[in-house]
Design a protein around this ligand. Structure first.
Ligand code: SIN
Ligand code: MN
Length: 229
């Protein structure tokens, strides 16, 4: 249900596929699918993530240059993982602390990619962000990939958050919406490089994660597809 008159006016809690920014004239190409994963599918994914975190423990990323810690903790699955430290943002094949390869992507994520990014080459990285108390993420673009033709597919689990998305320029107007457990967001086409971030998480808004908090998964294609002869 819309939780405020303003949200109702913007249609923020509308069910079904919504081309968010098309509706507001900001940036077409942002697709929000509320409730993409039902509760049973969320539980299966949560359990798969528990195994992933066992194999590839959450680490605390740091800002390039300053070394300031992010408020979210992260891990990855897939052939590549996104990491950040004093030397910069990058994708690498191994965990920055254990040196081990990232665990493979669970089939549920591959299936979500096929459904939400039809026709795109297979995803190579899934960044797992864990938001505990007070964690948030500033407005940024996902632009460390070699190629931007495939979309970024995002799935949310656990506590709801206030997500903000804008245009491809930092100063462009932004729109805020709540993402709930099971929601999918796709940033593709003209919104592939849209600025986005998480302003806050609402503690206690979901019962999915026993210890509370929010998990966001972003699936990405990192390298250009090479043809196999
Ligand atoms: C991200 O941009 O990496 C995360 C977005 C989110 O947590 O919804
Ligand atoms: Mn991002």
């Amino acid at each position: 249900m819309p939780s405020s008159k303003a949200e109702m006016a913007l249609g923020l809690s509308q069910e079904g596929r919504l081309g968010l920014t098309t509706a507001l004239g900001i940036v077409p190409g942002v697709i929000h699918t509320p409730g993409y994963l039902d509760r049973a599918a969320q539980e299966v994914l949560r359990d798969a993530l528990r195994e992933i975190v066992r194999a590839a423990p959450l680490f605390q990323p740091r800002m390039p240059r300053t070394g300031k810690a992010f408020s979210v903790r992260m891990t990855n699955c897939g052939e590549l993982g996104w990491v950040s430290d004093e030397t910069g943002y990058r994708y690498q094949a191994t965990h920055p602390e254990t040196g081990a390869q990232w665990p493979p992507m669970p089939v549920q994520l591959l299936a979500a990619w096929s459904a939400l990014a039809p026709g795109a080459p297979p995803p190579q990285a899934c960044l797992v962000n864990f938001y505990g108390d007070g964690a948030k993420m500033g407005l940024h673009q996902d632009r460390d990939e070699e190629d931007f033709s495939a979309p970024v597919v995002s799935l949310s689990l656990g506590d709801s958050c206030l997500f903000r998305v804008g245009g491809v320029e930092r100063g462009a107007p932004t729109r805020s919406l709540r993402l709930h457990s099971g929601d999918a967001i796709v940033l593709g086409g003209p919104a592939r490089l849209a600025f986005h971030g998480v302003d806050r998480v609402y503690p206690g808004s979901s019962t999915l994660l026993a210890g509370g908090g929010r998990i966001n998964l972003t699936l990405r294609r990192v390298t250009r597809e090479t043809s196999v002869r």
